[in-house]
Design a protein. Structure first.
Ligand code: PEP
Ligand code: CO
Length: 460
């Protein structure tokens, strides 16, 4: 048992941080300079880690609570974090929207909310093709700032090992600033009177949302009146980090043993997740994830079947430990009713603890004019609504959401209270990969989730 009451996961005798090297692997960069890659990984493997094992254990405990329906998890951030966006304004705005959303959820769901950012390391992206062609020229695909750069030139697309150290640096800068903001003066952001709520008037649920914001404000004033302190300083607002642990050489260099704890921790992030593209049972990524102590996310889409899910759970959590597995379903609003229930039945028959989390973004991506990728707010909301209903009907609990969002006023997803149209997409479209909810749409979605949950409670 560790000090939280959870047992460390049993370490398989045949596992090592690099035992994945004997397995089939996809979605990796091919580095032209193998010597420089080795030197860089050696350097990375002696640098301080980005998170600690205590924090990882704490998060596992919180996920265990969420698995029991006692907590909700909000996971959000960029699709692809970039080095250029490692700026104080962008980091602060992203933290602000996540914090404000979490207060809406806390207040509306009457449960503690754990905040996990898709940040401080979300620099590697899986791609549908290894190459990209434009006007007869073919270059390596952009694989995230950890690997190469998005401009369409041979130099930019060349995988560069130096980026591994830059990613570690930028992650460290981000996490350092996040911790300082959270520990320091973030209290003002608790108060809805400081939030930008001008969009609320444009919503069909304006009255409900206005009442929600007022009631959050009143509760905070009440807490402050009785405690004599600003609500923001009452309790440290924890933030955990997450990313897709795709680049296994990078992840291995940060996977360590620490004094007084059993096993190996991936200390590049608190909560690594595995995408379905790299989750076949004979693949390197499954081997890597099998041996780390962290709680792990597994993305499951319409292509997941019962047998595969069963094997994933048996391999990644053979002892059915609490707090270990988060299943992040990303089915699409038109497919969730067909694909999710059989998978829930599979998990129920295994009697293994999982946290069910909805990613309503990745199954609802559309390509519109000029090849621009977008997502409609209505579909995103629709998938969350269906997910809540399915879990309620099957006796399981939707314990979290996984969102792509930013604190900036981008125009990448259509719809929402201001009803952004396809024509608006040209105005402020800055993502390098997938379209994100902007500040207003993200806050609106948090309020919509509260509204969906409270009407589903009324029905039950
Ligand atoms: C992502 O989360 O950015 C992503 C690539 O998701 P998925 O693997 O679910 O498509
Ligand atoms: Co994405």
């Amino acid at each position: 048992m560790n000090d939280l009451g959870l047992s460390p996961l049993k370490q398989a005798a045949d596992w090592q941080p690099d035992s994945w090297k004997s397995k089939r692997i996809t979605q990796q960069a091919v580095y032209p300079d193998a010597g420089l890659l080795t030197q860089t990984l050696d350097k990375l493997s002696v640098l301080p880690p980005l998170v600690t094992s205590w924090e990882v254990n704490n998060l596992r405990q919180q996920i265990a609570e969420a698995q029991q329906g006692k907590r909700f998890i909000l996971q959000g951030g960029d699709c692809a974090e970039t080095f250029a966006d490692c700026t104080p304004t962008i980091i602060t705005n992203r933290l602000k929207v996540l914090l404000q959303m979490s207060l809406v959820l806390l207040h509306g769901l009457h449960k503690p909310v754990t905040r996990i950012g898709r940040f401080a390391g979300q620099y590697a992206k899986p791609r549908s093709s290894d190459t990209e062609s434009r006007d007869g020229v073919t270059l390596a695909s952009y694989r995230g700032d950890l690997v190469n750069s998005p401009e369409f030139t041979p130099e930019a697309r060349n995988p560069d090992p130096k980026r591994l150290l830059q990613a570690h640096n930028h992650s460290a800068l981000t996490i350092n600033f996040v911790r300082a903001l959270v520990d320091g003066g973030f209290a003002d952001l608790h108060h809805p009177e400081y939030w930008d709520l001008s969009w609320v008037e444009h919503s069909q649920l304006a009255d409900e949302f206005r009442r929600l914001a007022e009631s959050i404000g009143n509760s905070l004033h009440f807490v402050e009146a009785i405690s004599g302190r600003a609500a923001g300083s009452l309790k440290r607002a924890d933030f955990y980090t997450s990313h897709e642990a795709l680049h296994l050489q990078y992840e291995t260099a940060l996977t360590r043993q620490v004094p007084n704890a059993e096993g190996f921790y991936n200390l590049s992030t608190h909560f690594p997740w595995i995408g379905m593209r790299t989750a076949a049972m004979d693949m390197a990524h499954i081997e890597f994830f099998r041996g780390i102590q962290n709680p792990i996310g597994i993305k499951i889409g319409p292509g997941m079947d019962n047998q595969w899910l069963q094997e994933l759970l048996q391999t990644l959590n053979p002892d059915k430990e609490a707090g270990r597995i988060v299943l992040i379903h990303r089915m699409g609003v038109d497919h969730i009713e067909e694909h999710l229930p059989p998978l829930i039945e599979t998990v129920q028959s295994l009697k293994t603890p999982v946290l069910w989390m909805a990613d309503p973004m990745h199954g609802n991506t559309e390509t519109v004019a000029n090849g621009v990728k977008t997502r409609r707010f209505r579909k995103i909301r629709g998938e969350v609504k269906k997910a809540v209903k399915i879990h309620q009907e099957m006796g399981t609990y939707l314990g979290g959401v996984h969102l792509e969002l930013t604190g900036e006023n981008v125009t990448e997803c259509t719809g929402g209270a201001r009803d952004l149209t396809e024509a608006d997409l040209a105005r402020a479209y800055t993502t390098t990969v997938d379209p994100r909810l902007n500040y207003e749409q993200a806050l609106e979605l948090a309020m919509q989730i509260v509204s969906i949950e409270s009407s589903s409670q009324d029905r039950s």
